[in-house]
Design a protein around this ligand. Structure first.
Ligand code: MRU
Length: 368
């Protein structure tokens, strides 16, 4: 995707062929800063600190983290150490484990002196595959928007999204935003209601920034506005991403997604979830009961960071000193509230039969 006319991905291999470049998402929307990750420890810290975030990008970063680790220690112990260090960074997005397992599967059978090159090659492929998958998600999700545009006789299609499931959360294109970008490119009138997504504000800071750079009409709304908009016919469909989909079709995504699904259900608004297949976890049979939900630091809720009117970036406290704070980063939307799953192999029903028929190879991988 383009930033001020220049093509960027969210992560890439630098010209030296060894270090990794990534957009520092902690600094957006106020500053566009590119970070260099030169060690596996830096890759792990980038995931932990949310310099990079979003399930597919976390997976790609972890893959490059394994490649960096193979330059540091390509022994069997080195593979295990890097896997352990990277898996410990964040608990909910299954793409992290998927990418690490995939790297380990490729690296283990090789002699140590061949592992670094092979690791970079597989990490490059994982990044490239993500882009290809998201292009298919774009094509598969487009008819959903087109159908509404036809029904509305070319009037604006209003899509509500939560968090950032845009190109910044993936390597390129995004998942939930991919069909939106394609619809916009094709000349369909589309407008996006962007949930601000407290406490980290991925919607207000990242999704709005992305859409703005692409000229996609959008409006940032406080998180609790969606229900009101749906009651008044101002949302045609909801499209969100996900960090993990259980075998039964339950969908884990950024905290607050479940409430949007409930409001959509109550108002007859279709609720779609876009995902690449590495986000499916066939080892989990009940998403609500079994998906681990990350709990993050109190400061993310108690403090807010932004730009002052005179241009300084400042953090201020908005919660009384001493008030306890809870910060659950994700929630799970039960499959019964999901209209469909937009994947690289088509739009699927949110249930075990549809998921396992479309992605049988992933069931085998989950069992290993
Ligand atoms: O905590 P984050 O910012 O990593 O959470 C990201 C999300 O919840 C996204 O919506 C999800 O990863 C889908 S991204 C294509």
């Amino acid at each position: 995707m383009k930033v001020d006319g220049k093509h960027y991905r969210s992560i890439w291999r630098n010209a030296d062929g060894l270090s990794i470049g990534a957009i520092d998402q902690r600094r957006l929307p106020h500053e566009f800063v590119v970070a260099t990750l030169a060690t596996s420890a830096e890759a792990a810290e980038a995931i932990r600190s949310m310099l990079v975030r979003g399930a597919p990008l976390i997976g790609a970063t972890a893959a490059y983290g394994m490649a960096l680790a193979m330059r540091e220690d390509s022994s069997d112990a080195g593979i295990e150490h890097a896997w352990q260090r990277l898996i410990a960074t964040r608990p909910t997005a299954i793409n992290l484990k998927w990418a690490l397992d995939e790297m380990r599967r490729v690296l283990r059978p090789l002699p140590p002196d061949k592992r670094a090159d092979a690791a970079y090659a597989r990490a490059d492929d994982i990044a490239e595959e993500d882009v290809g998958i998201n292009e298919h998600i774009a094509q598969n999700g487009l008819p959903l928007i087109e159908a509404i545009a036809t029904k509305k006789r070319g009037e604006m299609v209003n899509v509500l999204t939560h968090c950032n499931a845009g190109w910044l959360a993936t390597v390129d294109w995004g998942t939930a935003t991919a069909p939106i970008y394609l619809a916009h490119e094709r000349g369909i009138k589309v407008h996006v209601w962007v949930d601000e997504t407290r406490p980290r504000n991925q919607g207000a800071s990242l999704t709005a920034w992305e859409l703005g750079h692409h000229g996609v009409p959008h409006t940032v709304i406080p998180d609790n506005t969606g229900g009101h908009l749906m009651q008044h016919g101002k949302v045609d469909l909801v499209m969100v991403g996900t960090d993990r989909v259980a075998a039964n079709g339950d969908v884990c995504n950024k905290i607050g997604t479940y409430l949007k699904a409930l409001a959509a259900h109550d108002n007859g608004v279709p609720f779609y979830v876009a995902l690449p297949s590495p986000t499916i976890d066939f080892s989990i049979t009940d998403g609500v009961a079994q998906i681990p939900i990350e709990q993050r630091g109190a400061e993310e809720v108690a403090d807010m960071t932004g730009r002052t009117r005179d241009g300084r970036i400042e953090t201020v406290r908005i919660v009384p000193e001493g008030s306890p704070v809870a910060n659950y980063a994700f929630d799970v939307t039960p499959a019964r509230l999901v209209t469909g799953l937009i994947t690289e192999r088509g739009v699927l029903a949110a249930n075990r039969v549809a998921l396992s028929s479309a992605f049988p190879e992933r069931i085998v991988a989950a069992a290993e």
